[in-house]
Design a binder for this molecule. Structure first.
Ligand SMILES: CC(C)(COP(=O)([O-])OP(=O)([O-])OC[C@H]1O[C@@H](n2cnc3c(N)ncnc32)[C@H](O)[C@@H]1OP(=O)([O-])[O-])[C@@H](O)C(=O)NCCC(=O)NCCSC(=O)C[C@@](C)(O)CC(=O)[O-]
Length: 358
């Protein structure tokens, strides 16, 4: 069990935040620390993060992003999607990304690496299976908790989307691919408004029963607060989907994603968190929603709360966030990334001053 976040521990965290030596703890974990409290971070930047970018991003940049994220210690990096290129043109290069020789090198160096791709239907899975084998061991499928978002994102009803996934799960099982399920708009829909927790639980259970090893609950429009997560996770558990099989996938439109994530992992028993480097992202079919919560911010918040994660190299990841933001010509959406950059610049200026004094 995690320690609850008490006012005392929060004060201690804030004090440390001004001298964040605890970030040094984000180092390789010993096997003894690979315990049940460890939170797995699923990086969704190369897929969820980039899918909404208007300018064409080259395959080279996409591959380099994945490479840098893996070198920064992430071991589950969602790398693209086999969706209709008419719907999401940015993901049309996913086959090229997966087949890059640089990713082959990463796969052979890191045996524990997973590079899942999103598929909406059997056509998407067939496209993946038409490629050389072993490019990925995992796919992700997605279903909406509301009818309005289902129509906008998948052009079909919730029930139709679930039945379209039956052959996807069957084929994935036959081909030895793991399947992760997403449920979108779990805390509110841009078209239908309030989403009943029971409806979320119904879809989560349907995905689990189809064979998803984990169900990621997507707060697609970023309206969630801890109380809403209590209701949604509680409803899933009542339907027989335990928190350990759930992941929190938060967008940060209203600035409450980190509060929700800390609550989910410290109070609700969720052990997997999705995030996106530099807070890249935004769903093309969710008007007004901002990017995913930033990976750097999640790692900082977990580390400061003494919750172990699977990530190795925090500082390197912050630099990945700076790099991709510059590549895309956008402001770095990670507050922690920006703070770390400021700190690095201050440290460098101090060193220069000291050198000049000698
Ligand atoms: C599902 C469809 C295809 C239905 O779209 P549709 O238009 O109803 O599909 P269709 O079956 O009538 O086919 C229309 C055309 O698309 C082609 N097609 C059909 N399927 C595929 C495929 N897999 N790959 C490539 N092409 C495909 C098909 O071959 C045909 O081509 P045409 O004959 O016109 O040349 C479409 O709605 C679609 O691609 N939707 C995906 C939208 C999307 O990617 N959204 C973002 C990801 S979800 C998300 O971000 C949320 C999440 C997961 O992050 C969690 C959260 O935050 O909530």
């Amino acid at each position: 069990m995690h320690r609850a976040i008490t006012p005392r521990s929060l004060r201690a965290q804030l004090a440390r935040a001004h001298a964040p030596q605890h970030l040094a703890q984000l180092r390789p974990l010993s096997s003894s620390s690979l315990d049940s409290r460890r939170v797995k971070v699923v990086e969704v930047g190369p897929r969820d993060g980039l899918q909404n970018e208007k300018a064409v991003i080259s395959t080279d940049v996409k591959v380099e992003l994945i490479e840098r994220l893996v070198k920064g210690g992430l071991r589950c990096v969602e790398s693209g999607s086999f969706v209709s290129p008419k719907w999401v043109p940015q993901m049309a290069s996913t086959a090229d990304v997966l087949q890059s020789s640089r990713l082959s090198a990463l796969r052979s160096t890191h045996k524990d690496l997973s590079l899942p791709v999103l598929v909406p239907n059997i056509k998407g899975l067939d496209s993946l299976l038409a490629l050389p084998p072993n490019l990925t061991d995992e796919i992700a499928v997605f279903v909406s908790a509301s009818e309005g978002f289902s129509r906008a994102n998948l052009n079909c009803s919730v029930a139709e989307s679930l039945s379209r996934l039956e052959p996807v799960f069957r084929t994935a099982r036959d081909r030895g691919l793991k399947v992760r399920g997403y449920v979108s708009v779990v805390l509110g829909c841009p078209f239908d408004g309030r989403v009943e927790p029971q409806q979320v639980a119904h879809v989560a259970k349907a995905l689990r029963d189809l064979g998803a090893y984990e169900v990621s609950l997507g707060d697609t429009i970023g309206v969630g607060v801890p109380r809403g997560w209590d209701e949604v996770v509680g409803a899933c558990e009542q339907q027989g989907v335990p928190a350990r099989q759930l992941a929190a996938h938060c967008h940060d439109t209203y600035g409450t994603a980190l509060a929700s994530i800390l609550h989910c992992v410290s109070q609700l028993g969720i052990r997997t968190v999705d995030s996106s480097i530099a807070a890249l992202g935004g769903c093309p079919y969710s008007p007004g929603a901002t990017g995913n919560v930033a990976t750097e911010d999640v790692l900082y918040a977990l580390s400061a709360s003494e919750i172990p994660t699977t990530v190795l190299a925090f500082d390197e990841l912050c630099q990945v966030g700076e790099w991709i933001s510059a590549e895309l010509g956008r402001e770095n959406g990670s507050r922690v990334g920006k703070a770390m950059k400021g700190r690095r610049e201050r440290d460098a200026a101090k060193r220069e001053k000291q050198k000049a004094k000698l």
